[in-house]
Design a protein. Sequence first.
Length: 470
Amino acid sequence: MYQKQIEQWVEAHRGELIEDIKTLVRIRSDKGDALPGKPYGEGPAAALDQALRIAESYGFRVKNYDNYVGTVDFLPENDHHLDILSHLDVVPVADGWTVTAPFDPVERDGRLYGRGTADDKGPSIAALYAARCVRELGIPLRHNVRLIWGCDEECGSSDIEHYFRLEPQAQYTFTPDAEFPLINLEKGGLNGTITGEYKKTDTLPRVCSIDAGLKINVVPDQCRMVIEGMRKGVAEIYCASAKEKTGVSFRVRDLGENRIEIQAQGTGAHAASPEMGNNAITATLELVSLMHFPASEQNEKLCALSKLLPHGDFLGEGLGVAMSDEISGQLTLSLNIIHVTETGLRAQFDSRTPVCATEENMKRVVAERCAAAGLALEDSPMRPPHHVPAESPFIQTLLDAYVKFTGDADAKPIAIGGGTYCHEIENGVAFGCTMPGTDNRMHGNDEFAVIEELVTSVKIFAYVIIRLCG
């Protein structure tokens, strides 16, 4: 039903699709300081304005909800049946991009490089083109499909909280902010903050500061440490040992006034897959544990933190919470933000917990391990998992569309550690746009989308719109 017409239309418009994505990628839209009428700063507001202009140019009715979210309606007067929920904000960028500058999109070898090409501007425009395809082919619908474009997915999803205070949920929702075939289970989590206080030591050498981390859901690729009272040559010997042990590179620079700076360079990754990165924070703590500092409360607590969250431990073994179940797989955990001064430390970790995780076997255990090490876990709520049964007719409709345009007859729903927009939405799932086996380097340097995967996603989404709303 309509498969041939969809394929012909999408192939004829693939060039326009890529150009519209490029237009959005050129707008830097990581979260900034709140401004009047712009709760997430200039960048996200500018990206939303541009996206709505593009949608309006194709004949859709659009609405801006105070720069929290924007919507695009196919049949605004008809009953609300399907929401396609995606986002236009991006994570911050770091040095180390090699193919192009982060906000200067480039096509190369069948890929489109740039921040947001995969997460989530490319998929947002793919959903728009699916609706445009159905509209321009003149295929009749009975129910409305609404695209919802948010501006705060990367930093807490307060945008969607704002939107759903004003509007009801549709009967069905999917977000093209993950991967195919389909994700029907998202793990829960505990974003924990570990703190420690100590007296300033006057004995040299000593750590003056350690700073790293941009967002709690990003494994950091850089970490900066300042030490007083250690010669550069001595530090370089320790750094060589730490590099051999961790794989992270260290650069030592003389700051003068008896101080040196050590810059760790690891590999960034999404916190849902910490094993894909090489954590610069835990490598720096490993370096500290190798160095011969005089006995002090600070050194004792930094070494204790390193034992609780050792380099290369992605499963929470140091904290005593390694666990798994058959439905959702293993727990994952990573230390992603740290701030150390001469009198205290504050470290934040991200964890993705399976269905079997509870306050008792997760949060309480972490708190007890921290207390035993002279540290403290700040109180914070656990995030429950989200699960939509695989036998749901909605799930089966989405899978059928995926199989029709990919030929992957063995496709089954999967569980992930990442939390998408649909985590809090009843009957909501993640569906696309990345194909199995593709690593888009989301949240890392040289992020890209495979152009053919975006094109196929448009076809799949158009078919889903017809099946659910036609």
